[in-house]
Design a protein around this ligand. Structure first.
Ligand code: ZN
Length: 74
C-alpha cells in the first residue's frame, strides 16, 4: 500500500490509476484531483517534518503487517 501524499488515503499500487513521478520517486493518488494538486505544488505535500515521516513509516509498517488493511477501531 502506498499513501496518497495529498489526502493521506491508502492507495493500492496494483490498482492505482493516478500516479506522478517527482524526484525519481513514484507517488500514488486516489483520484485525479489529488494528482493535479500534487503536480501543481509537489513541495507542499512533501515538506514533512521528521515526526510526520515517522508516522507515515508506522502507517506503512501497519499496512504491511495487516495485509494492506487499515487497522480499524470497530
Ligand atoms: Zn487523494
Amino acid at each position: 500500500m502506498a499513501i496518497d501524499p495529498v489526502c493521506r488515503n491508502y492507495v493500492d499500487e496494483q490498482q492505482a490509476q493516478h500516479t506522478a513521478v517527482y524526484q525519481n520517486r513514484l507517488y500514488y493518488f486516489c483520484c485525479p484531483s489529488c494528482q493535479r494538486q500534487f503536480e501543481r505544488e509537489p513541495g507542499r505535500y512533501l515538506r514533512l517534518g521528521w515526526w510526520q515521516r515517522f508516522l507515515l513509516g508506522l502507517q506503512e509498517a501497519n499496512a504491511r503487517e495487516f495485509g494492506g488493511k487499515r487497522p480499524s477501531c470497530h
